[in-house]
Design a protein around this ligand. Structure first.
Ligand code: AMP
Length: 183
């Protein structure tokens, strides 16, 4: 299954992706995790992207798209993947479409995690990641609304929406049921 997870920062996409990857048998590919790994290993890419992560801005598309293209070309992603944090805007979605089309593939679904913004701010402040300061969180939410939420229209024929409030395991079951098309 080729799946994209979309939802505001703090909606629990990363946690759900970790559960779903086992249940679906596909790798979890998080662009945020890939960037953070580069930053902690102090690679050239890491040095280039650090300021964007610190401020909650999107890393430029050219950099992000190439990293994703390379990751998707790896053997474990050939038969499916769970993309978490990519695409983040419509231009990235177009590039993803091209990468997949070149192999004769397409996305199966876009899973939307729906949650109230104030709930996620509380959660994120509790998580305590480097970019989890309130002003950066608010900025990331604004970037989500402006840049990322339009993807839901872009992908309207394959979006599956679930309520992202509740118990982690329950949400995961909700996601699987929604992907199966259960009502
Ligand atoms: P995340 O872990 O998905 O919350 O991403 C953390 C940060 O990584 C974001 O605030 C951006 O600075 C950067 N980032 C992650 N994915 C992307 C992407 N697809 N495009 C641009 N920047 C991204």
């Amino acid at each position: 299954m080729r799946l994209v997870l979309v939802g505001p920062p703090g909606a629990g996409k990363g946690t759900q992706a970790e559960l779903l990857k086992t249940k679906l048998g596909v790798p979890h590919i998080s662009t945020g995790d890939l960037f953070r790994a580069h930053i902690s290993q102090q690679t050239d890419l890491g040095k280039e992207v650090q300021e964007y992560l610190d401020s909650g801005e999107l890393v430029p598309d050219a950099v992000t798209n190439e990293m994703v293209r390379e990751r998707l070309s790896q053997a474990d992603a050939k038969d499916g993947f769970l993309l978490d944090g990519f695409p983040r805007n419509v231009a990235q979605a177009a590039v993803l479409g091209e990468i997949l089309a070149a192999e004769g593939h397409k996305l199966d679904a876009v899973l939307e995690f729906r949650i109230d913004e104030d709930v996620v701010v509380e959660r994120l402040l509790a998580r305590g990641r480097a970019d989890d300061k309130e002003e950066v969180i608010r900025h990331r939410q604004q970037v989500y609304r402006n840049e990322t939420a339009p993807l839901l229209d872009h992908y309207s024929d394959i979006v599956v929406t679930i309520d992202a409030v509740g118990d982690v395991e329950e949400i995961s079951e909700r996601a699987l049921a929604a992907l199966r098309g259960d009502r």
